[in-house]
Design a protein around this ligand. Sequence first.
Ligand code: MGD
Ligand code: MGD
Ligand code: SF4
Ligand code: MO
Length: 758
Amino acid sequence: MRKPPAQDPVQDSPDVSAPQHYAAGTAAVGHSLRIAQQQMGVRRTALTLLRVNQKDGFDCPGCAWPEPDKRHAAEFCENGAKAVAEEATLRRVTPEFFAEHPVADLAHRSGYWLGQQGRLTRPMYLPEGGERYEPVSWERAFDIIAEELTALDSPDEALFYTSGRTSNEAAFLYQLFAREFGTNNLPDCSNMCHESSGSALTETLGVGKGSVLLDDLHKADLIIVAGQNPGTNHPRMLSALEKAKAGGAKIMTVNPLPEAGLERFKNPQTPRGLAGGGTPLTDLFLQIRIGGDQALFRALNRLVLETEGAVDEEFVRTYTHGFEEFARTAREGDADWEATLAATGLDRAEIEAALRMVLESERTVVCWAMGLTQHKHSVPTIREVVNFLLLRGNIGRPGAGVCPVRGHSNVQGDRTMGIFERPAPAFLDALEKEFGFAPPREHGLDVVRAIRALRDGQAKVFFAMGGNFVAASPDTDVTEDAMRRARLTVHVSTKLNRSHCVTGARALILPTLGRTERDLQGSGEQFVTVEDSMGMVHASRGRLDPASEHLLSEPAIVSRMARRVLGADSATPWEEFEKDYATIRDRIARVIPGFEDFNARVARPEGFALPHAPRDDRRFPTATGKANFTAAPVEYPRLPEGRLLLQTLRSHDQYNTTIYGLDDRYRGIKNGRRVVLVHPEDATALGLADGAYADLTSEWNDGTERTARGFRVVHYPTARGCAAAYYPETNVLVPLDATADVSNTPASKSVVIRVTPS
Ligand SMILES: Nc1nc2c(c(=O)[nH]1)N[C@H]1C(S)=C(S)[C@@H](COP(=O)(O)OP(=O)(O)OC[C@H]3O[C@@H](n4cnc5c(=O)[nH]c(N)nc54)[C@H](O)[C@@H]3O)O[C@H]1N2
Ligand SMILES: Nc1nc2c(c(=O)[nH]1)N[C@H]1C(S)=C(S)[C@@H](COP(=O)(O)OP(=O)(O)OC[C@H]3O[C@@H](n4cnc5c(=O)[nH]c(N)nc54)[C@H](O)[C@@H]3O)O[C@H]1N2
Ligand code: SF4
Ligand SMILES: [Mo]
């Protein structure tokens, strides 16, 4: 066992130097190996990293970027290596650790310190009024869950949260259990992530997922990367961009920050990448103001409409609906030059340069992530991206399409498996037919509504399949108070985190197997399956010995909980499911379209692609049966005098609420996370010197204010009027009610703040 650092490191004196202008290279390789070896030692590092993303290995627990068909021996990136090391660490959290550290002590530790303690090893229970977690048997843990669930007045007083690492098999069982229990309360991390993409794409194209495969990126003429920082968050996407460029593609980047990874890429898998200057990626950088994207795409659409012969009229006539109204709105609406320039902060020449690239391209892909999804007007923004692609027929042909780049490694698969608070009637019908019970039909609660239900005493049991709910959610103080009002909080987790320290009256921690570990059940060794960001499904097999003999897999936990809670009321063969995951896949095959013959097809090493009607044959399963143009007013945030618009984002050394280290190498930040990046001229106007310390106060419509203290001001080349600081430290500033229209995603990329010297 390895020892974690005993002291919580001081986090508030970051060192700052100039940002880097390229990503990866040798530093990335060295950095990932160093972190991996600290956690796993040399031998385990070598054995484990060689299995990441291999056809007989395990799926990288990092992001959802797909694997290329031809694999290298080292098919992982720096941040994949960190994700693996975080899970395969040799450090352990034992019952003695919990005896030494009362919950009140853990609640004062940083998320970084908690995570550094290592893997959870035993089920732990915090009794009502107790000060410390104590070891508990699995049987007793399930009894406690059953006691609290059966005591509820209604099944809708229970909440079943999911984070996106859960396998297809576990997710399918989990939603089945929740629905047999009687609720659609299945909030998930997607609600805070790509919900806006799902909402916009389902309405306009009929499928809430991306429409491109990896090869389409390689074939594109133009790739627009908007609101995404792949150098950190999807590092191997840079290899795809490099390949696309080698094939002649142009890349346009839309971002308030000049992100190093999009400037230049030194591919660590090639000798040239390691030794040479690397590949310049971005051809045109549009340094947009936060929240200006809808205005930008609307302006491009207006200009395309005004250009003779630029619209793919045949495509528009055959496959789309609503063109006339959209065209009228774009021509006559509020997207004139004045509004466009105010919203985007760009100048006319930049937008005209963008237009030229658009018109020169036969095949265009738009990629995006949180920079587009976490604003009040995110859904109309993404609909405008769809308008943009439809205009030139860029849906359902090779080298073109929508590419929302997903976060967690199986977040897309979890949705496919039915982790959704608003399930489609057809899905519920199929469950009903297969399992012979009547699933609840009323919609359940998403993340924000779940927090309100806890706050208002309408939800009493909170169960989490992974994740770190209180740290990931907005309005930290409100969320934590809400969580403390629960009767019981349960977390199925691999690592210790903040959510274990902010509990209901009673609390359970249920330790589970990770991706890297062998999963042995009654019928022998099991594998699980996952779906990547491009709808490819494949198997994942762990080989390491489990972190402790007391761990249960996620499918086993759900099966046992279901048996204990539902008892004779359930005709579902839960025991068989636990014993042999192939029997779960047989059921998935019968319930979920696209999974026919699941067991046979997933036996192929490369897995299989799920069908996608718009991509495969330009069929659009929408309300109109066509791809829908939409016409919405252009919105963008307007800032009161002396305020900045704050986006809350990720550093290079974190995975959401998991902090791997205290550096953000590409942005030149070291040894600390409480920084706020502000344009030098804005900072000067506000009297904020580089290196000064400041408090951030957010202002919300209802007159309430929220403050986060002690951030080092960094003069940084972001867009004017904008600021950036890391999540989750700044989640205290995001009001619970500040959400995107339609999708209800927290607007954590557009928070109006004052920055005042501390
Ligand atoms: N290493 C690592 N990998 C990860 C994660 C991680 O935390 N660490 N998280 C995973 C998850 S769950 C997700 S969802 C993804 C997140 O992946 P990203 O979405 O890339 O993550 P963020 O750090 O939130 O970065 C948002 C980017 O959008 C830009 N941006 C902010 N506001 C705007 C705007 O209004 N317009 C435009 N055009 N751009 C804007 C920011 O400057 C930044 O470059 O990554 C996944 N992969
Ligand atoms: N302000 C602000 N807030 C945000 C965002 C933002 O950009 N800004 N981004 C949002 C986004 S995109 C997302 S996706 C959410 C993320 O929200 P979550 O998914 O809830 O958070 P994570 O930090 O990914 O969860 C980490 C925890 O998952 C557990 N874990 C890891 N692997 C496994 C596993 O294999 N099984 C199980 N059972 N548990 C495991 C570990 O205990 C670890 O502590 O945060 C959202 N919150
Ligand atoms: S790009 Fe994502 S999935 Fe691929 S190795 Fe890196 S972290 Fe893992
Ligand atoms: Mo995410």
